[in-house]
Ligand binder design. Structure first.
Ligand code: ATP
Ligand code: CA
Ligand code: CA
Length: 425
């Protein structure tokens, strides 16, 4: 669960897949981007654009190193999401993902078998998803889009694109591109993945010393008597937004999602930084030439970034200056990502007296409640306390999730409610 990736070089088993993913994204996204923006229609939500790549190339697709097929799903919907609601600069987006064909692979941190890849600058994550998750995202895309539009400060995963690559022997890989909640420039000292369930929700404390960056769970949070240190203002905002987000997730009947909480202790700073650039740049496994390219971690500040932005005709000329680029991507327009990309802890007077920054988001939101889960519910329901196990129906899941998240905030009553044995109401 530690967010350290391995750079994928040409000899890596997944190099071809990565190359195909990035080539497909580059061509598909820039083709959509080249057209004049127009309002969305209902057909846009079900649109699929197909591309066929080969080593020769044709009028639609330039020649590529390998033969493969690529599908871009609902490109106009994702374009609107990226530009109008997620505040992404189109040139930055393409550049971060495809300027250099290097991703780092995190492997499969969860039980689901999904693979995670970071863009070179760590701003974006590519997650391979199961076909059922892919179908589910398409089916809820109208509701997801409406929620993002009406909730600019939502904590729900930001999906920037949904694609599929098909390799010559027919293997199909679906994937989404989403935001990395954790910043490239700050060390995350503690990580929790919280669901509001206690059954099986513990990372063994005994193993923490050996793996200080392991992702901890609900019971670790409770046993360590943690709380989110937020003053009345931020507490009220966060509670209100989480409630709205949980309502949407209940409405689309999804479950199994969690609140990811990353904590950066400002006093500890970044000295223990093993996660990002230091490791990459000095990784002896990486040939020297590639090491140099990994130094441009703020992709947007490299000469290529400026060139790309000029070529794509950035609407705001101010963005072309170095200064304007520095705070790019910290998402200062988003309340919960306003302090160095996260949310700074505050005291009861709402002042920044506490030296902590939280990085928060609701992740893994593509598991619908049917088939597998209802079976699991049946079997686990026989043995454990029904309310504490994680596969409960989506409305119960959402309510339990939200009441737990209220409880973990300072003044949220977590201290008393979690002792001696926390039971959600
Ligand atoms: P499972 O279904 O078994 O929970 P999964 O493969 O669906 O696993 P996720 O739950 O989405 O995986 O994520 C696994 C871990 O990867 C998270 O606990 C978190 O540490 C990290 N992670 C996932 N999404 C993000 C993100 N957007 N930003 C930063 N880290 C993330
Ligand atoms: Ca998960
Ligand atoms: Ca999952």
């Amino acid at each position: 669960g530690v967010l350290v990736g391995n750079l994928i070089g040409e000899d890596h088993v997944n190099y071809v897949m990565m190359y195909n993913m990035l080539t497909g994204i580059r061509i598909a996204v820039s083709r959509c981007q080249a057209k004049i923006k127009r309002p969305l229609s209902t057909e846009d939500f079900t649109a699929k654009h197909k591309y066929s790549f080969d080593i020769v190339g044709n009028e639609l697709t330039p020649s590529a190193k390998y033969d493969f097929k690529f599908k871009d799903y609902a490109p106009w919907v994702f374009r609107e999401l990226r530009e109008d609601y997620f505040g992404l600069d189109p040139a930055d987006y393409l550049l971060s993902l495809t300027a250099k064909y290097i991703l780092s692979e995190l492997g499969s941190p969860g039980k689901s078998g999904s693979f995670f890849y970071f863009s070179r600058d760590y701003r974006f994550i590519i997650k391979t998803i199961h076909h059922s998750e892919h179908k589910f995202l398409l089916s809820i895309l109208p509701q997801y889009h409406a929620h993002i539009k009406n909730n600019p400060h939502t904590l729900v995963s930001r999906f920037y694109g949904l694609h599929r690559v098909k390799l010559p022997r027919g293997r199909k890989i679906h994937f989404v591109i989403m935001n990395n909640l954790f910043p490239p420039h700050k060390d995350i000292h503690e990580t929790f993945d919280l669901k509001g369930s206690t059954v099986g929700r513990e990372y063994p404390e005994a193993k923490m010393e050996a793996n200080p960056r392991a992702v901890m769970k609900d019971l670790n949070w409770i046993n360590r008597q943690k709380q989110l240190e937020l003053g009345p203002e931020k507490r009220a905002l966060l509670t209100a937004q989480l409630e709205r987000d949980a309502e949407m997730l209940k409405a689309v009947k999804v479950m199994d999602y969690s609140l990811l909480v990353g904590i950066h202790y400002m006093k500890r700073g970044n000295r223990e930084n093993v996660r990002t650039k230091t490791l990459k740049v000095f990784d002896p496994a990486v040939p020297m030439m590639r090491r140099k390219t990994t130094m441009y971690h703020k992709g947007g500040r490299s000469p290529e970034a400026l060139a790309m932005r000029l070529a794509m005709g950035s609407s705001d000329p101010k963005r072309l200056t170095e200064d304007a680029l520095v705070d790019k991507g910290t998402g200062s327009q988003f309340i919960f990502y306003q302090d160095e990309g996260g949310l700074r802890a505050t005291d009861e007077e709402n002042s920044d007296a506490l030296d902590m920054i939280y990085y928060l988001g609701v992740i893994d939101i593509l598991t619908p409640y049917h088939t597998k889960k209802s079976l699991e519910h049946f079997w686990k329901g026989l043995s454990a306390d029904r309310h504490k196990i994680s596969p409960v129906p989506p409305s119960e899941y959402g309510d339990r999730f939200f009441s737990f998240m209220k409880a973990i905030m300072r003044g949220g009553g977590g201290g008393e409610r979690f002792k001696p044995d926390y039971k959600p109401e």
